[in-house]
Write a protein that binds this ligand. Sequence first.
Ligand SMILES: Cc1cc2nc3c(=O)[nH]c(=O)nc-3n(C[C@H](O)[C@H](O)[C@H](O)COP(=O)(O)O)c2cc1C
Length: 245
Amino acid sequence: MRRKFQGRTCARATRSQTSPEIECKSEKERENVIGGEKMKENKPKILVLFYSMYGHTFRMAKAVVEGVREAGGQPILKQVAELVPEKFWSEDVKKTKELMKDVPVADPREDLKGIDGIIIGTPTRFGNMCAQMRNFWDQTGGDWAIGTLVGKPAAVFTSSNTQHGGQETTIVSTHITLLHQGCVLVGLPYSFTEQMTVDEISGGSPYGASTIAGPMGERMPSANELKMAKDLGKHLTTIAKRLAS
Ligand SMILES: Cc1cc2nc3c(=O)[nH]c(=O)nc-3n(C[C@H](O)[C@H](O)[C@H](O)COP(=O)(O)O)c2cc1C
């Protein structure tokens, strides 16, 4: 339902999710945001948005970026803002921050606009997405209100310390947020057969790519897990192209 909000037309503008400082777009602006603008040369812009404290999800994100590029997309790699005060960072966290220092921090009010698809990487926190990623999405009410991501493909990858410590619940519960945003969910079909291995311990499921960091975070993503992360990037980009054609 469309409602008038600050003199402009806006879907669901009176809902508390839309804070008063968020300006709703005019009808024309809205069309441009949700796909009135044609994708240039069918080279979809794919936002690879992640958080990583110890580097596992970051390494997976780089493999996803490779996959997007190989499939002919334009990857945009961004990390979400940190919430943990610097005084609490361990030496390992500091090293990871140094490793990721060139990756821009995402702006929740700007960076969803104009993309053709999104792939989210979040380490598991008690079987859910991490607070830093939640914090990003909780600032996207403005784009939710105008339907910026409606019909755009979205996928999720994750990392957990333990093999059965909530990878699937993290991915699937993140899907709920993406569905509220109107995204078309993309998983990692069983045709990507790396997820079926029983020859080694490995992440990966039909819900998305994943890595097992080990009880002390000592294990970095394996070749098998990185391959699935790359495949997720390729797969989503291929679907983004099809949706745009
Ligand atoms: C507060 C907290 C909760 C966590 N919850 C889980 C969990 O439920 N299951 C699990 O296997 N690992 C859990 N972990 C471990 C993280 O998932 C692990 O550190 C992360 O996957 C490493 O990825 P990163 O290097 O990208 O940060 C938790 C870590 C923290 C700090």
